[in-house]
Design a protein around this ligand. Structure first.
Ligand code: ATP
Ligand code: MG
Length: 348
């Protein structure tokens, strides 16, 4: 069985029929509260979370606050950032009555599950992880033990919350592979109790930022979901493209142009190659005008709802408290099962 599944169509298109048995899956995924969400999140994972929820799949979203300090010294304005994330999830269509949003620090059972999981991987395996290497390099700090082991922490999150389907961007694939390996090794050692989670990618698994590198909160190259229409248009105008006039869809030799075409295609449900044909000799200027229009149109309702939700912080806090108490029950239950399997249940 492959570990990575791709949506059958565009980022906002229908999912493959294999996913339609909604009762057979549990989605678990999340974000670091290092800043507000951007278009990469929306196209790379958030739209898929909402779509799966609306198909009836239970969805759990983790706000990974402990992971903020993997690559920096301080936690930042966490309360405000966590509220903003919740407002953005809800504005994108996550329904707190059907889905669970919780914060890492509120569910200590997941940290406890990490301990036996750490015993199942070697330090060489952790050091080989390409995403950890890239994040360590980008942080310009020496590699902390937390950054090195955060994929194990993430495995504990996914497995602890009983996730088997994980909608993520491409940068997360090595981590999901590790989570599968941990589930397998745990099962081999202590008995079959965990499912092996699978990554779910969209057709645009790595959205590039305006500088041509992966769009990322900490790189300052983002188009934020909360940006105004004018800010969005100005950012898109400043996005890197290339010097060829005629627009073609060629992700390998023209990654920045392909990125804009994929954004337009993903948001409007069209094939990026057909969008390229439509723009043709209009060149980068016409492509950017089209991209700004499509982004602003696609995000208009989300932005309105986001602003309304942010005006009601006590509601957002209530959503988090409620989700965190639900998550505590699930994670506590998994931890108990893991302990039983390990012969570590003699205290009770
Ligand atoms: P940071 O710079 O703080 O690491 P980030 O922008 O990389 O922030 P994360 O919180 O690390 O965002 O990622 C949350 C989820 O969003 C992950 O599943 C990740 O794969 C996905 N994601 C983030 N950026 C992109 C992107 N540019 N394209 C596609 N998916 C993305
Ligand atoms: Mg990241």
């Amino acid at each position: 069985m492959t570990s990575t599944l791709e949506s059958s169509a565009s980022a906002v298109g229908p999912l493959a029929p294999a996913f339609l048995d909604s009762t057979a899956h549990r989605v678990v995924t999340g974000d670091r509260p290092t800043g507000p969400l951007h278009l990469g999140h929306y196209i790379g994972t958030l739209a898929n979370r909402v779509r799966l929820q609306n198909l009836g799949v239970p969805v759990t979203v983790i706000i990974a606050d402990y992971q903020v300090i993997t690559d920096r010294a301080d936690t930042g304005p966490l309360r405000e950032r966590v509220r903003t994330l919740i407002a953005e999830y809800l504005a994108a269509g996550i329904d707190p009555d059907r889905s669970t949003i919780f914060v890492h620090s509120g569910v200590p059972a997941l940290n406890q599950l990490m301990l036996p999981f750490l015993s199942l991987v070697t330090d060489a395996e952790l050091h080989r992880n390409p995403t950890v290497k890239a994040e360590s390099l980008a942080s310009r700090r020496s590699l902390s033990a937390l950054l090195l082991t955060y994929p194990v922490h993430q495995a504990a999150d996914i497995i602890g919350m009983r996730g088997d389907l994980v909608p993520v961007g491409r940068d997360q694939l090595p981590h999901i592979e590790l989570a599968r390996m941990i589930a397998r090794r745990f099962n081999d050692r202590y008995g079959q109790i965990f499912a092996e989670p699978q990554a779910l990618l969209t057709s645009t698994p790595s959205v590039l930022g305006i500088d041509g590198a992966k769009m990322s909160k900490t790189r300052g190259n983002t188009i934020l979901l909360g940006a105004t229409a004018d800010e969005t248009a100005a950012l898109i105008r400043s996005a890197r493209t290339d010097s060829l006039r005629h627009i073609t869809f060629d992700p390998h030799s023209r990654p920045q142009v392909a990125n804009l075409l994929s954004i337009v295609g993903g948001l409007s449900g069209r094939d990026p190659a057909l969008v390229a044909e439509q723009v043709g000799d209009g060149g980068a200027a016409a492509l950017k005008t089209l991209a700004a229009e499509v982004i602003n149109e696609s995000l208009r309702d989300l932005r309105d709802r986001r602003a309304e939700l942010l005006a009601d912080p006590s509601y957002l806090d209530g959503v988090l408290l409620d989700g965190t108490s639900r998550a505590m029950a699930v994670a506590g239950d998994t931890l108990n099962q893991a302990r039983r399997a390990m012969g570590m249940d003699y205290l009770s």
